[in-house]
Design a protein around this ligand. Sequence first.
Ligand SMILES: Cc1ncc(COP(=O)(O)O)c(C=O)c1O
Length: 392
Amino acid sequence: MSAAPRSLSVPALNLKAQYETIRDEIEPVVRRVLESQMFVLGPEVEELEKELAVYCGSARAVGCASGSDALLLPLMALGVGPGDEVITTPYSFFATAGSIWRTGAKPVFVDIEPDTYNLDPSLVEAAVTPRTKAIIPVHLYGQAADMDAIAAIATKHSLHVIEDAAQAIGALYKGKRVGGLGHIAAFSFYPSKNLGGFGDGGLMTTDDPVVARTLGRLRVHGMEPKYYHHEVGFNSRLDALQAAILRVKLKRLDGWTFERRQAAARYHLLFEAHGLTEWISLPREREGHVSVFNQYVIRVPASMRDALRESLSSRQIGTEIYYPVPLHLQSCFASLGHKPGDFPHSEAASRETLALPIYPELTDDQQRFVVGSIRQFMDAHAHGRLAADRAA
Ligand SMILES: Cc1ncc(COP(=O)(O)O)c(C=O)c1O
């Protein structure tokens, strides 16, 4: 193995590098939309919806303004509201639980599996009550949740399953793409996502034509036909500019996913070659799952996570913590009455995880610099501390 480069900037995310590879394709489609002067919904959005429905193996797709709305609109379409409960994970981006809260329903948290960070299906059934209406599993970091086990509980108790696939477009579960595994699925086009727009955007997929029609109505204030409202929705329309850009990027998505997976495999080899796997847990891909590695998240003892992050930052290596406070301990949910210790695996993950840079344009040299820098940190600071932790 060649030596790690001595110094190299490795941003946590590098959207500019990707833009440079597609600029020549993006500019003409932006011009096309400008010439059409049709900026909201319209043919570009309809074409994107058709292409993404096919991509996800779903009968219908409905664009909307964000991934957050792509969770809220399905809950509204299913009639979830005050007095209802929705089961989900406490270890996710806020929108997963925020969308439930905004309907007036109660988020009911169930802990995660410590190795995949996804909802633990073996704990779900105990959380079902007569008020439960739906389950929202999150395909965290790009790997699908254990959907068969979740679907079995949902079927037994007549519950809906809404996939939060914001981080996982293209991920496979037993040969099927996410987005076609539940009743409705939510996707985000936030720029850091694997299929990221040039602004906010989202999309829902479903096989149910009635639900699709309701979603299409709710995103335009519940209007059908024009200026007639039999239910109250809100404005969650997708821009034509975003749709046109996303259509260009969709053609590249599988290639980018391949490169993300190669980068993940390279990290794996480098961590092993540097003898770091005794101290650091690497992402675990379950059998039958193909992750799209929206994030590459390692796990280190809590006693050194923040110091490692600072050390990497001093070497211009960007990292992120997804997520430092699990949702059940967010102050806005204090009225739910949770306390530290309620969901130990989620709380441990919040203290121990660190997301390393991963994107299709990440170079071999950059990865060697990242892992070499982690090795140096361990040599300089960590061994004594870890040995003390273990002895304690
Ligand atoms: C798991 C998860 N759910 C929902 C969302 C919300 O998506 P958006 O930021 O597009 O509203 C995100 C993205 O930030 C996410 O990562």
